[in-house]
Design a protein around this ligand. Structure first.
Ligand code: CP
Length: 312
């Protein structure tokens, strides 16, 4: 079942791409997340079961979905690697979804193939939430990223946002840039040339008259930034291991960044980090990446309660 986003409510919807969210959808979801954080209802999802199907490694997304669902009174089933399932015997994704939908009320799936979430949504008669599909999109990460920016900066409107790292393969960057295009953001894409933001995303931003610039060195733009969104170089997406070796140490941020930045710059990262942020930044007021990961709970609770029709 594919339900595209419109203004008719979230109940029964699939969450596949951030492009399916209007600005109104995003703001509504964020308001429900705030409500979840302030006064969670521990019996809201009683008698509901979520399937967590993770065909790719995850720490934050899988565990925060699991925790979010259980904190609202629901139960979860699923797997953290496909090797322990009948996929190993050759079962197709389509058939796997046809089985899982009979055991649960909602499917949360991460897959290494771009478009796998869309296929799962076509197969399923229950809502499917994309927890990351290849280098394509990671819409629920984007929702918690927006929630974090709103909490930390007090607004989503008119901010200068820098994206640094592997912008070619970083799906969180792709989703977040599209979402921020609703909020009159100015974007600064900072990466090695070979890992720059894909042309189709830049064309989409141009089509929406969003201002952006590209740079290789963060020092060129750091003074202008309100938010710096850092990503790791995505080793698993490189076809050639030698290419990864060339770029793996492209960025190593440390406290010297703060000398050439606004005082109230916030530094975000979807995590995991693999050396691009020195832990010496962790205790500064600028580093918000651990709080950012924590925001996955209320945001995912809001999304789950909405698609299951528990919030009108
Ligand atoms: N941010 C994120 O998607 O982390 P995991 O890969 O650990 O889920």
């Amino acid at each position: 079942m594919i339900f595209l986003m419109d203004n008719n409510g979230f109940k029964g919807r699939d969450i596949i791409s951030i492009r399916d969210f209007s600005k109104k959808d995003l703001l509504y979801l964020l308001s429900i997340a705030k409500r979840m954080e302030q006064s969670p209802d521990t019996s809201l999802l009683n008698n509901k079961i979520a399937s967590l199907l993770f065909f790719e490694p995850s720490t934050r997304t899988r565990l925060s979905f699991d925790s979010a669902f259980k904190k609202l009174g629901g139960k979860t089933i699923g797997f953290a690697q496909a090797e322990v399932t009948s996929v190993k015997k050759g079962e197709t994704l389509w058939d796997t979804i046809k089985m899982v939908e009979q055991y649960s009320d909602v499917i949360i799936m991460r897959h290494y193939i771009e478009g796998a979430a869309r296929l799962a949504a076509e197969a399923a008669s229950i809502p499917v939430l994309n927890a990351g599909d290849g280098a394509n999109q990671h819409p629920t990460q984007t929702l918690l990223d927006l929630y974090t920016i709103l909490k930390e900066k007090g607004t989503l409107e008119g901010l200068n946002i820098g994206f640094l790292g592997d912008l070619k393969y970083g799906r969180t960057v792709h989703s977040l840039a599209i979402a921020l295009s609703h909020f009159n953001a100015k974007m600064f894409f900072i990466s090695p040339k070979a890992l720059s933001m894909p042309k189709d995303y830049l064309d989409e931003l141009k089509g929406k008259n969003i201002k952006f610039t590209e740079a290789e060195d963060v020092a060129e733009v750091s003074k202008q930034l309100d938010v710096l969104y850092v990503t790791r170089i995505q080793k698993e997406r490189f076809a050639d291991a030698l290419e990864y070796e060339k770029y793996k140490n492209a960025y190593k941020l440390d406290k010297s960044l703060l000398k050439i930045s606004k005082k109230d710059l916030i530094i975000m990262h979807p995590l995991p980090r693999v050396g691009e942020i020195n832990p010496e930044l962790d205790d500064t007021k600028n580093a918000v990446y651990f709080r950012q990961a924590g925001n996955g709970i209320p945001v995912r609770q809001a999304l789950l309660a909405l698609v299951l029709g528990k919030i009108k």
